[in-house]
Design a protein around this ligand. Structure first.
Ligand code: BEZ
Length: 217
């Protein structure tokens, strides 16, 4: 079945569009400069705003954890690079937190428009979007949060870890992994797709039924 992506925004499974972007750390070429790494591309509504500032402090304080997961952070808003620089300086001077990752200055709003980060009622302020892009430059997950709700770093880190376990073991990850209510830190074995496989499955794995089997990794 073909999907009907009328607006043409990149979706899960699409390659991150190629673009050269101006950032606080110079020009970056997407997705090429991040090939071989996980990329957390995230937008914020605007510089010098309170919730965004708490998010940036949180992204910065968790930066090492992202790096340990072979992930890089890349921020974006529709602000000029001068504004980003002043805001980063303010955060460093006043809050004593260094922002170690680049921020895209999308002052024409071209990338935000292309990526579907501008939603009704928001004017030129991007929503809090998160695109998780894998080492092959494929968009694996998209989150949209509204301006009034700051994101949860633990969840973004959990997503990265879960993808890496899932990809390595060809499994799927249950709700609230690694603290799932039914199977704790175990993972879901993809269901068989034929009758023989279904009959065999219950003999081979821990199952609630042939289509709900789990294992330890
Ligand atoms: C904030 O970051 O606090 C914010 C930004 C835009 C609109 C509302 C809140």
């Amino acid at each position: 079945m073909e999907t009907n992506n009328l607006k043409g925004f990149p979706l899960i499974g699409d390659k991150l569009p190629e673009m050269a972007v101006q950032t606080t750390q110079g020009i970056k070429k997407l997705p090429r400069d991040y090939a071989g790494k996980w990329l957390v591309l995230f937008s914020h509504p605007a510089d010098f705003t309170p919730v965004c500032t708490t998010e940036f402090v949180s992204f910065a304080k968790n930066y090492e954890k992202f790096q340990k997961l072979n992930a890089e952070l890349l921020g974006l808003s529709i602000d000029q690079v001068y504004s980003h620089i002043k805001w980063i300086e303010w955060i460093e001077n006043e809050l004593k937190v260094e922002i170690p990752f680049p921020i895209i200055a999308d002052d024409q709003g071209k990338i935000a428009t292309q990526m579907g980060m501008l939603h009704p009622g928001g004017g030129t302020k991007t929503v809090r979007a998160v695109f998780i892009v894998d080492p092959e430059s494929i968009i694996r997950l998209i989150l949209f949060y509204p301006a009034e709700l700051g994101r949860n770093m633990s969840e973004i880190l959990r997503i990265l870890e879960a993808f890496q376990v899932a990809d390595k073991n060809n499994v799927a990850m249950p709700a609230n992994w690694p603290n799932n209510e039914l199977i704790k830190d175990r993972v879901i074995i993809p269901p068989p797709t034929d009758i023989k496989g279904a009959r065999e499955r219950k003999k081979q794995a821990d199952c609630f039924d042939w289509w709900l089997c789990h294992k330890k990794v």
